[in-house]
Design a protein around this ligand. Sequence first.
Ligand code: AMP
Length: 547
Amino acid sequence: MHGLMMNHPLTLAQILEHAHRIHGNKRVTTLLPDQTLHSYNYTALYERVKRLANVITQVGIVQPGDRVATYASNTYQHLELYYAIPCLGAVLHPLNIRLSAAQLAHITHEAEDKVIFVDGAFAEQFEALRNEIACEQVTYFNQMSTDADPSYEQLLSEADPAYAWDIPDENWAMGLCYTSGTQGEPRGVLYTHRSMFLHTLAVNQADVFGLTEADVVLPLVPMFHAMAWGLPYASMFAGADIVLPGAKPACIADLIAETGVTVAAGVPTVWAEAYPELRKRRQDISSLRRLIVGGEAMPPTLIEAYEKKLGIEICHAWGMTEMSPTGTFSKLRREHQALPDAEKWLIKAKQGRPIPGVKLRLAAEKSDEFTELPWDGKTAGELHVQSPWTARAYYRSEPTDEHFTADGWLRTGDIATIDAHGYMQIVDRAKALIRSGGESISSVALETALLKHPYVTEAAVIGVPSEKWSERPLAVIALTPVGAVSNRADADISDTLKQHLSVEFPKFWIPDRFVFVDEIPKTGVGKSDKHTLRKRLLSAETKEKLP
Ligand code: AMP
């Protein structure tokens, strides 16, 4: 028997309408490239979002369900697009501005973006790629109008201020984010209004992000990566002020001090870099109560430094683009409060408990079947997840066994333990991805490209620990006779190979180091034995060559 409650659709229009009606005076502040602040309130944003919806639909080429891309950092115009595009029934597709022309070409061709909104701050960078990119129209914002091209501001000021939201149903697609594919090709994750609405409610629980209307939220995580961890929606549903840092603030401490930030979110690399500056300005940043940290593991020493020296609570989160992206969140339980500090940091350094609504499973694969492993904090297994905000397939591809199990779980590619209280800890990665500064680098894609070079007969790219970036790629190369007899120094060959890779990949993907060997060790099934390579390499850290 079905119940008798209203079947009220869960859409982002509800979040926007609520934010405007209940919290219209709350502020959105953006750090502009000249380091001055732009600020307006939710009501002003709301009115501009409606005009923007008219601008987008009046172009005449955007139909419901069409993809509309953005190429921008964290600014108020990007926030306006975060609402206008999905609320008019189109699909918001944030493009990662760090990707190479080849990667963006692949993504935009697959997504078939109709329009791309480009931040004028990246005009030069975008124009250099424009010929590669598939889209019917490019609209710049943060740029003056020309006779041929009216500016974003001009378009908004001329647009009709009224717009009736048009979202066919709660399962309608609202956003598309690409994630690095392990085999090199990026894969699209297509969120629905319902999934993003439920993710918003889930992260706003007290034991998760716990945002309230008294907060001032600073998302340092880029709006072009994994929907900025859902913060653009979660902050406005809670009624918090939002501070958008643009591409990169010259001084995070200044921004926090000037705007009274209470909660900030970003990858550990950002917090490691900002620590000395925040320490010096301790008095000025006293408003900051909590950091949400994820994308890669937060080292216990950094957690300790922030909590003990700065009195700022660290909440370590884990997730994936495929999970909208939040999956687990690490906060201490009541019974942990009495533990010695050192033990507390170790618990906080775990990736945390599944947030309510997310199910985790530790699994071992045997003859194509999965058996469940115990939650004893010791047994490591493949981590599987389920939730209403987790992808069940990738955009434009059939679900494969590599990513989805027959019984309905997403295979995360992370290897983890889970303890009796449900704290998950990542101990390894089964997928061929290297995490650097919170972004993924596909080792397989780099190896495939290296093998195309006439000097290379074998290539294995491995992640090696880096204090600043968490991991950096290192390439181990066996040279072909052509390369070996080229009489060139190793450094010379490394430069040639770096040059070769930079045609296809962004700068941060290029291995910092190349190590040359006669032969790459193999596993029993003939694959590169990266485990042995890593071990040999780390034990020979000071030498230039592998033993
Ligand atoms: P992405 O889809 O780019 O957000 O990458 C997701 C992957 O990042 C996960 O599958 C993990 O391998 C890694 N990751 C995310 N958060 C953490 C974390 N807190 N600790 C360790 N790895 C993480």
